[in-house]
Design a protein around this ligand. Structure first.
Ligand code: OVV
Length: 400
């Protein structure tokens, strides 16, 4: 990275290259060191990697809009590959009604009734798994199995084909980046998966109870229109599965590599929620989102012109030593609140209470039965333009 006379620092790195997706940490450190804003030459966008800068941009929706898309593509110039999300890809005033409806559907109060059911489901999944070999791959057996068991039921999806949700989400999160080979590979199945997801969003295809039905009930009250409801259901199906799968993968990896923290959790299971947020901070399953400037914005002596894309590195902010002591440590004695892994401000993850409940019920069930958990082989990364994920995580456990 070089500093030019009057402009922002410039980087020639490609954060969406295989090499940096495999291990983004050295790049993120260079980004934070280079300055508050850094120009990424390859994509003609600006990037932010420091906690305070990222946080300030996240809460400043007036100057850093989402409505032009939160990926590299600028919706004011390029046609989006699917109709824009009414939540993710919208700003006030259009954002308000969908957000209020979904926030109520997914509120801590509304989801409280799920806790005993999910605790039972978690216990059954863990019991079944531990009845078999004590060496297994924690990605399919736990990180994928649990969300795919409980979340589609909570939405009210009818029976089959639920395994379409993961590849759909994976492709969607790839499309926030450039059109590289990850996007090209996913594009083959995208029409089929997209048609399937859209078909699940109608009132008739959803169960009479569940998050889907709750969203549709808001049309009866006039809180949202019947044209908006299916797109809000689509947001649930888009953002609700891959994110929680990879977040659970992150917390399992953290415990498998930090035995003292697993001990701490086992002696105080109330730490499950903190562990989940600490893992979100450390791994940031959603690594990046873009914003688009609505006017010329001056930052640290650099003018970012109106209509420019800004790439915010949530994962880098969550490991910024300017904000966190020993940022690379998974440490249950720290308070991870304030991390930007769920974003911040008006777009902050509306499903975070659901995600915490899923993770906490699974971690609690594991803590009861598993005395030790360790990696039995090298875990393998799953590459995605936006998500930080594991493809495979072989573990060995001993029973309590
Ligand atoms: C946060 C997020 C990710 C992906 C999709 C959506 C939201 C959506 O609203 O469709």
């Amino acid at each position: 990275m070089t500093i030019t006379d009057t402009q922002a620092a410039v980087s020639t790195d490609d954060p969406f290259s295989t090499e940096i997706l495999e291990d983004p940490l050295p790049f993120q450190q260079r980004l934070r060191e280079a300055g508050e804003v850094v120009r990424l030459e390859k994509y003609d966008v600006h990037a932010m990697g420091r906690y305070e800068t990222v946080r300030s941009a996240l809460v400043n929706w007036q100057e850093f809009q989402s409505a032009a898309g939160v990926g590299l593509s600028n919706f004011t110039r390029e046609k989006p590959w699917r109709p824009p999300s009414l939540l993710l890809e919208a700003d006030p005033p259009h954002h308000n009604a969908p957000r209020e409806v979904l926030a109520k559907v997914l509120s801590p109060r509304s989801i409280r009734a799920l806790e005993p059911m999910w605790a039972d489901d978690a216990e059954r999944l863990v019991d079944d798994l531990l009845g078999g070999p004590l060496e297994f791959d924690a990605v399919p057996e736990l990180a994928e199995a649990f969300p795919l068991r409980v979340f589609p039921d909570a939405v009210g999806l009818p029976g089959s084909d639920r395994d379409h949700l993961l590849p759909y989400g994976d492709h969607l999160f790839n499309t926030f980046g450039p059109e590289n080979s990850l996007v090209q590979r996913g594009a083959q199945r995208a029409p089929e998966l997209s048609a399937w997801v859209n078909a699940q969003c109608s009132r008739e295809s959803l169960a009479a109870t569940g998050f889907g039905a709750d969203i549709w009930a808001a049309t009866d009250r006039g809180d949202i229109t019947t044209a908006q409801a299916p797109l809000i259901v689509r947001s649930l199906l888009s953002a609700g599965v891959d994110t929680t799968v990879h977040a659970i993968g992150a917390v399992l990896h953290a415990f498998a590599t930090h035995p003292a923290q697993w001990e701490a959790l086992r002696s105080d299971p109330r730490l499950a929620r903190r562990a989940f947020d600490e893992a979100i901070r450390l791994e940031s399953p959603v690594q990046t989102f873009f914003r688009t400037t609505t006017r010329d914005v001056e930052l640290d002596g650099t003018v970012i012109p109106e209509g420019h894309k800004i790439l915010m590195f949530l994962g880098s902010a969550n490991r910024d030593p300017r904000r966190w002591d020993n940022p690379d440590e998974f440490d249950l004695s720290r308070d991870p609140s304030g991390h930007v892994g769920f974003g911040m401000g008006i777009h902050q993850c509306v499903g975070q209470h659901v995600a915490r409940l899923e993770a906490a019920t699974l971690i609690t069930a594991l803590a009861r039965r598993v005395r030790t958990i360790e990696l039995s082989d090298r875990p393998r990364r799953h590459l995605n333009n936006t998500l930080r994920a594991w493809e495979s995580m072989p573990v060995r456990v001993t029973l309590a």
